[in-house]
Write a protein that binds this ligand. Structure first.
Ligand code: SAH
Ligand code: SF4
Length: 354
């Protein structure tokens, strides 16, 4: 029974091909694929237009395995944080945010993060293993099941736990599956600036949108809070971004975590504007979500400072949004996702993209 092939994390074409030799008629493979990809079935029993005998046969050979939700916490602002458990006991978090008819899902790609940014809780818990395609797609599937019928559109952001571009192989396969439900233009991959990963994204035929966590206005300060900046310096990052192929109408999003007295001055806003000059971009200012346990010395600026910083950027011609964090009351906001430690810690992953 352990040899059953999991059908989650595969495209419809792959599912149909795997199933084809075990069904009576050619179209049945596509039927099974539709149940899994479009209708989000979590068991073969649901596939009521297949005979009982066929369902039993599928059950013998295949599995519909995905992470299981073990905790859902709802925030007052309409966002929900899910803790999901993978088959080996590893737990990760993902978040669903509602805004009118639109829902945005924030997905994790790793159970922890080896990049170790000093302001990030996921970084503070350290490296965790890479999530597999079915564990990435599974987060989407779990959250879609909970959506109300009134939601018309889903956006996906890879801004949960981990660094997506240090898990490109699994991310790439998960994207192929997700594209069947969500257009690439509604999917954003956020990176700390892993250059080989950005080049990989640039090489894809179908690309999600790119977001880059800038977080500091110069190389020295960036190294201070993002150790990865030593390996992938700001000047190389920006020359790679200037060469990044952008579809019509697309822009690169820059995320900038605002930390009191560190990177929140008017002169810093001017430096950021200078860096972005000439790149079709928008900037997302994220006031720090504080965490006294993991980084007691880092504070969020006051609201006036946050607004001044945003206005200064806007006055220099940038498109700016301030992310007054969603889900902060249930620790579902950026940089607050931690999963829960499983009893046996996963082996650390390397910083080299695979
Ligand atoms: N590893 C990727 C994606 C996950 S982090 C990346 O770094 O881009 C998603 C976003 O949360 C990043 O922009 C990061 O800068 C931000 N973030 C991390 N910790 C934060 C905190 N404590 N407060 C606010 N934003 C934070
Ligand atoms: Fe990892 Fe992103 Fe957190 Fe940095 S901000 S530690 S890259 S998850």
């Amino acid at each position: 029974m352990n040899q059953r092939i999991n059908l989650v994390g595969r495209t419809s074409a792959e599912i149909a091909e795997l199933v084809a030799p075990h069904v009576d008629r050619p179209f049945r493979g596509r039927q099974v694929a539709r149940w899994i990809v479009e209708r989000n079935a979590s068991s073969f029993l649901e596939m009521t237009d297949l005979s009982k005998q066929l369902r039993a046969e599928l059950e013998r050979r295949f599995a519909i395995e995905e992470p299981e939700p073990v905790d859902i916490v709802q925030s007052a602002d309409g966002s929900s944080k899910y803790l999901v458990r993978c088959a080996d006991g590893v737990e990760v978090e993902c978040v669903s945010m509602r805004e009118g008819a639109k829902a945005t899902f924030c997905l994790s790609t790793q159970a922890g993060c080896a990049v170790g940014c000093t302001f990030c809780v996921t970084g503070a818990i350290g490296a965790g293993r890479n999530l597999k395609p079915h564990e990435i797609v599974g987060q989407y599937r779990v959250m879609v099941r909970e959506l109300e019928a009134s939601v018309e559109r889903v956006n996906i952001v890879f801004m949960g736990m981990g660094e997506p571009l240090l898990n490109t192989e699994n991310l790439g396969r998960a994207l192929q599956v997700l594209y069947e439900s969500v257009s690439p233009k509604r999917i954003t991959v956020s990176t700390a600036g892993i250059l080989p990963g950005i080049r990989w994204l640039a090489s894809l035929g179908k690309r999600p949108k790119l977001a880059v966590s800038l977080n500091a206005p110069d190389q020295v300060r960036r190294e201070d809070v993002m150790p990865i900046a030593r390996r992938y310096p700001l000047d190389e990052l920006f020359s790679t971004l200037r060469a990044f192929p952008l579809e019509r109408g697309r822009r690169i999003t820059f995320e900038y975590v605002l930390i009191r007295g560190f990177n929140d001055g008017g002169a810093d806003a001017a430096l950021v504007a200078g860096l972005l000059h000439g790149i079709p971009s928008k900037i997302n200012v994220i006031p720090l979500n504080e965490d006294p346990e993991h980084f007691p010395d880092l504070r969020r600026p006051d609201d006036d400072t946050i607004n001044r910083f945003a206005v200064r950027l806007r006055d220099s011609g940038q498109t700016v949004t301030v992310r007054w964090s969603k889900g902060a009351d249930v620790a579902a906001a950026c940089g607050q996702l931690r999963g829960r430690r499983s009893s046996s810690p996963a082996p650390p992953i390397s910083l080299q993209p695979r």
